[in-house]
Design a protein around this ligand. Structure first.
Ligand SMILES: NC(=O)c1ccc[n+]([C@@H]2O[C@H](COP(=O)([O-])OP(=O)(O)OC[C@H]3O[C@@H](n4cnc5c(N)ncnc54)[C@H](O)[C@@H]3O)[C@@H](O)[C@H]2O)c1
Length: 448
């Protein structure tokens, strides 16, 4: 079978965050890369060097690839006599708590029509355990050609993807050595190390487990933070005490756990279990620490909404309009991203809008005014001066949030009360605040 240098072209299906960052790095490594996406607007923008999301240095690399001729983009994958590697990185979002497999199954007929003898398919999207095997069977039923296939999941962090693709080990899983080795040889053209596992399922589960481990760790921290609220203890004091010069596992930081991967991979794992029939599955799900941690993390948006409503009730302001500024709408603040997918901030924004009484506004250091507007999040301009806010909710830990809050406190009239709810201890308001400002951090000892 062909070695990577014998492949003429790397075709990447899906030019979202995963496919596009990979395309940029693979083209830089000297491969001829074709990026395919069914969204024609995405493709027109890419052909003039514009990405539909922010990732440091990404547009520079896309432009380098376009100039060198190593990178090109098309809305449709055509059949070709070229020997190709096909990398599947289409989206696998959740619908409710179930996988929406529309995009991933749509590539089956595309590949069935285009694959040539000896081509290599690399599945990169995150999928339930067992799905790679079914996809392989479905493609095989549409073509007479023999092809190689490996499951090679993506594990980069948004905001550091280009760097991480060049330094992280890549997982490669396939039952046959020839597919594993072809995938390994390809990844070693830009990554330092490949970890091989001898089934598709082990690779699928390794990816899910990487995110589940984080989700559970954060869920544990958030559960203890919720307990700190009851015990009137500062979570941060407890966390520091668990990690200071102590060599074993300490607590993670508290705060919203969201985004396109962390919010869904635990559910995809649980869905994988449902796919395997057996009497004890419901019992297992009942006692699943993965499910419990996810539910704790998902409860934080409701906690924030209740906290604000409790404050308004205490102040007798729960019947009249209040102006709430939501700061940090992207699903995380550090590393910076403009990705709004799965963001808890949006759930809180919508939850506090639903009673029809509050006027909610938003601002984010990375998400533009236009993007916030398009998402229906009623953005304010960056000096915040056009609205007199009653409440500020800090949703993520972007480094600019603290500065913006501090500037706003200086701007606020001394007689007007301002309630600040800090959901990830981003503000660290140790300094003495003016008497009109009530500061409340999630997991802190004081009550509203
Ligand atoms: N975003 C992350 O941080 C991250 C990290 C690791 C793994 N993943 C996984 O990688 C996969 C892709 O994630 P993403 O964030 O890039 O998704 P995304 O939704 O941003 O991008 C997917 C792209 O695929 C395109 N598409 C859909 N069907 C297509 C088809 N048949 N042919 C060609 N293009 C098609 C869509 O138009 C879209 O642009 C998902 O399974 C995700 O869970 C994501």
């Amino acid at each position: 079978m062909a070695k990577p240098e014998l492949f003429d072209e790397v075709v990447i299906l899906g030019m979202g965050f995963v496919g596009l960052t990979l395309a940029a790095v693979v083209a830089e490594a000297g491969h001829r890369v074709l990026g395919v996406d069914t969204n024609s607007e995405t493709i027109s923008n890419l052909n003039v060097g514009r990405a539909s999301f922010y990732e440091p240095n990404l547009e520079i690399q896309i432009n380098n690839g376009l100039t060198s001729g190593n990178l090109r983009f098309e809305p449709i994958l055509a059949a070709s006599q070229k020997k190709r590697i096909f990398i599947v990185s289409v989206g696998t979002p959740l619908k409710g708590n179930q996988l929406d497999s529309g995009a991933i199954t749509s590539i089956i007929s595309t590949l069935g029509e285009c694959i040539q003898e000896g081509d290599l398919v690399l599945l990169r999207s995150t999928i339930p355990v067992g799905l790679t095997r079914k996809i392989k069977g479905a493609i095989s039923s549409k073509t007479e050609k023999n092809f190689l296939l490996a499951m090679c999941p993506e594990r980069t962090l948004e905001g550091s993807a280009l760097e991480e693709l060049r330094v992280l080990p890549q997982i490669v899983g396939a039952p046959d050595q020839i597919s594993r080795e072809a995938a390994r040889d390809f990844f070693l053209t830009f990554a330092p190390k490949v970890v091989q596992v001898d089934s598709y399922e082990a690779a699928e589960l390794a990816k899910l487990s990487s995110n589940i481990a984080r989700d559970v760790r954060f869920g544990l921290a958030n559960e203890i933070a919720l307990a700190c609220e009851r015990f009137r203890i500062n979570f941060e004091d407890v966390r520091i005490a668990t990690i200071e010069d102590y060599p074993r596992d300490g607590l993670a930081r508290l705060g919203p756990v969201a985004g396109p991967c962390l919010e869904k991979d635990s559910w995809i794992f649980l869905e994988s279990l449902h796919r395997f029939e057996g009497d004890d599955i419901e019992a297992h799900l009942e006692s699943s620490i993965i499910k419990s941690a996810r539910l704790v993390n998902e409860s934080l948006a409701g906690w924030a909404i209740s906290n604000v409503n409790h404050y308004l009730t205490l102040k007798g302001r729960n019947t009249g309009p209040v102006r709430i500024l939501h700061l940090g709408m992207a699903f995380k603040g550090n590393p910076p991203t403009n990705d709004l997918r799965g963001s808890d901030a949006i759930k809180v924004f919508n939850g506090l809008t639903s009673n029809g009484l509050n006027h909610n506004y938003s601002w984010d250091a990375e998400v533009s005014f236009e993007e916030l507007n398009q998402a229906g999040l009623n953005p304010v301009h960056k000096d915040f001066s056009q609205v007199d806010f009653d409440i500020i909710i800090v949703h993520n830990n972007h480094s600019l949030n603290k500065k913006k809050v501090s500037e706003y406190i200086d701007f606020k009239k001394p007689g007007d009360e301002l309630y600040i709810l800090d959901l990830c201890n981003a503000i660290e308001a140790k300094k003495l605040l003016p008497s009109n400002v009530i500061y409340r951090a999630f997991g802190a000892a004081q009550n509203a």
